[in-house]
Design a protein around this ligand. Sequence first.
Ligand SMILES: Nc1ncnc2c1ncn2[C@@H]1O[C@H](COP(=O)(O)OP(=O)(O)OP(=O)(O)O)[C@@H](O)[C@H]1O
Length: 312
Amino acid sequence: MPSAIETRGLSRRFGDRPAVDRVNMHVPERSIYGFLGRNGAGKTTTIRLLLGLLRADAGSAHIAGIDVARDRITAARRVGALLEAQGFYTHLSGRENLDLSRRLLGLPATEPDRVLEIMEMTAHAGRRVADYSLGMRQRLGLARAMLGAPPVLVLDEPTNGLDPEGITDMRRFLRALPERANATVLLSSHLLGEIEQTATHVGILSHGRLVLEGALAELKAGLASEVLIETDTPERAASIARAHGFDVVRERDALIARFRPGDDSRHATAALNRVLCIAGGVRVHALSPRQRSLETLYRQAANTAAPATLSA
Ligand SMILES: Nc1ncnc2c1ncn2[C@@H]1O[C@H](COP(=O)(O)OP(=O)(O)OP(=O)(O)O)[C@@H](O)[C@H]1O
């Protein structure tokens, strides 16, 4: 599948600290790519590099096939962004704000109405932005990012600060965007639930390194299945299971057995049960399968990127 965004060895330091460290990113066309990482992981710096707002120290970034460093203006025309500061004139209406932006971009006069309709904002277009809810402002921001129909949309934490209803609303728009706007969406967030519910692909950034990337469903399918062991004697259960070759970990108060990827989890659970109850005499109250979640992927990926590996 062709890439809407592609970076090779993309790097940027601040002082002697790498903020973005040799990142090779592939965002497939028409995907919703969840760009995940803790605060300070380097998401915003990567986005600024992609938008040509910051120069890379090394490596390259291509947006819709255009090299951002070589042809910043053309690359910028292929990407629409919704960043934190929206900068609307609040005494003007939504439509007037969009019209100002479209004039600056030299786009046809029909553009504001086109994007307002995509974002279901036509009915509110004549109202002053000062009277908009935060959710409506975010929708207007998204509409503005779509002016000129760029093939790539970059959205930085688009649900930040929204109330639950606004979040549900925004997620619905996000999921529909590739189809409605005929665009690829890079969605930056530090919220796993957000990405899990909207993204088709993920890239996980940790200490400036891209530690995991791929189609979310495939990554989840590749995860080993896990079961939660409920027992009154977790220490004993863990040591018996380990002695029989099971991979057992403690997570806060829970005891988890992780099977190998590809293992039949029903057989593996039965084998674990035999070992604990029959061979070990452990009283097991329950062995419950755990959902293969983005959280597991995230935890495993983040653990593979200790800061010690970061020096260039
Ligand atoms: N202009 C700057 N000068 C110095 N250091 C910076 C600058 N911008 C970012 N950094 C540092 O680079 C690292 C990555 O920051 P960045 O803002 O890209 O992370 P982030 O993943 O977007 O986090 P957040 O979600 O908090 O915005 C951090 O250690 C940050 O302190």
